[in-house]
Write a protein that binds this ligand. Structure first.
Ligand code: PMP
Length: 441
């Protein structure tokens, strides 16, 4: 895992070592921690996380607390609803409907119904079931370093979990977009050609295509927003084969890209199903999907749907409050404005540091690709890891992603200000100097 804590690699302060040991004893070996020295935040506010000693860390990473850690409007909405009623979707309830109405209003008209889950994994799992039921197919196409969730179905479509997590027999991988290496002009054509080959391979083996499932900013594939529109040909190919386009908006959704609420818009194609999660409740576990009415008509005839906690009134109150904050505080425009400042600052740093091969991003979702050599463009995961940890020592939190773990993942809460951006860029400049010195570059 990119930016994973490696037990035994660094001497830890006794209190940190004790917590790590307790965690191992109680939670077992499947979990991972971030950073060479794991962080123990005890409080969050806005773009800041505080550790037990009261040190403030600038959060340039967390897209879940997207309207800011512990945003008072969201906290109040959760507390108010929790004090009145919390039930489920088998009772009539206006809070659920108010949330669904407000959420659906952010989508183009064909996406007419909302369904609620607790996690992004469940949302993708449900989308997979709907696509399977509607198309009669079972074949899915995902990118080669995709992540779509923890359930059996979604983990079988998440190659970023590694080769020891089995891919589904009906799942085909296509190389993730990589305009830095293959050229912006070729990105769409390469993806479409690979999708067509995947469709042909599925059909050859007797599997009808059910859908193309992709993160519209390709987060785990290394953050790939450019060039806008590159997804259109691949979607067209899948639809021509009878499959659906499922846009996974768990990462880019809710305004992060700065151009609107949803990442799919930059590709100019309206999905058949859109899944979402993470920032939807600003930390409260609420997720879900929106879909075309005709698809849910077919699915609903075949199957009823009940998710005990999915769409409960407290979660919906949280979700509604998040939408109110995004609109009320102009956070989409803020993502565009501050994201542009960050991108400009990072591009200026790239002029001074040869390790930076590429700077890309949309709104407040930025990727910085570290390379050993700008000519060969060979990935430099060691440099990326040193940089992430050098920033953490400066109390600035980011992480890394991509198939080679060499792309910095810069993804702060949407309330990030121009001052916060300046603070981040200053720390980044110092960290780059430190890592250049340490690696003799
Ligand atoms: N899809 C994408 C693109 C994700 O990044 C994630 C979570 N990292 C998921 C789905 C799964 O969401 P959750 O962890 O809420 O199940």
């Amino acid at each position: 895992m990119a930016n994973g804590f490696v037990p035994g690699s660094t001497a830890l302060p006794p209190e940190v070592a004790a917590l790590v040991a307790r965690r191992d004893r109680l939670l077992g070996p499947a979990y991972r921690l971030f950073y060479e020295e794991p962080l123990h935040p005890v409080r969050g506010e806005g773009v800041w996380l505080y550790d037990a000693q009261g040190n403030a860390y600038l959060d340039v990473y967390n897209n879940v607390a997207s309207v800011g850690h512990c945003h008072p409007h969201v906290v109040a909405a959760i507390a108010r609803q929790a004090a009145v009623l919390n039930t489920h979707t088998r009772y009539l309830d206006e809070t659920i409907l108010d949330f669904a109405e407000r959420l659906l209003a952010t989508f183009p008209a064909p996406l007419a119904h909302a369904m609620f889950t607790c996690t992004g994994s469940e949302a993708n799992d449900l989308a997979i079931r709907i696509a399977t039921a509607v198309t009669g197919g079972e074949g899915f196409i995902v990118t080669s370093f995709a992540y779509h969730g923890v359930t059996s179905a979604t983990s079988s479509m998440s190659p970023s979990l590694g080769t020891r997590v089995a891919l589904g027999e009906h799942v085909r991988l296509v190389p993730g977009p990589d305009p830095y290496r293959h050229g912006a002009a070729e990105t769409g054509r390469l993806l479409e050609t690979a999708v067509r080959a995947a469709i042909a391979d599925l059909e050859w083996r007797g599997h009808k295509v059910a859908g193309l499932l992709c993160d519209t900013i390709f987060s785990s594939d290394g953050i790939q927003p450019e060039p806008a529109g590159f997804l259109a040909g691949a979607v067209q190919a899948v639809r021509a084969a009878g499959g659906l386009y499922i846009a996974d908006e768990v990462q880019p959704g809710f305004g992060r890209t700065g151009a609107g609420m949803w990442g799919f818009a930059r590709h100019g194609v309206v999905p058949d199903i859109v899944t979402m999660g993470k920032p939807m409740g600003n930390g409260h576990p609420v997720a879900g999907l929106v879909a075309r009415a005709d698809l849910l008509q077919i699915f609903g005839q075949k199957s009823r749907y009940f998710n005990t906690f999915g769409g409960n009134p407290v979660s919906c109150a949280a979700g509604l409050a998040v939408l109110e904050v995004i609109a009320g505080e102009g956070l989409v425009a803020n993502a565009a404005r501050v994201g542009a400042l960050m991108k400009e600052g990072l591009e200026a740093l790239a002029q001074q540091h040869a390790a930076i091969g590429d700077v890309r991003g949309a709104g407040l979702f930025l990727g910085v690709e570290l390379v050993k050599d700008r000519g060969t463009r060979q990935a430099d995961p060691d440099y990326a890891s040193r940089l992430v940890n050098a920033l953490k020592r400066r109390r600035v939190l980011i992480s890394a992603s991509g198939p080679e773990a060499n792309v910095l993942k810069i993804r702060p809460p949407l309330v990030f200000s121009a001052d916060n951006a300046a603070c981040f860029l200053e720390a980044m400049a110092a960290a780059l100097r430190e890592v250049d010195d340490a690696t003799g570059r």
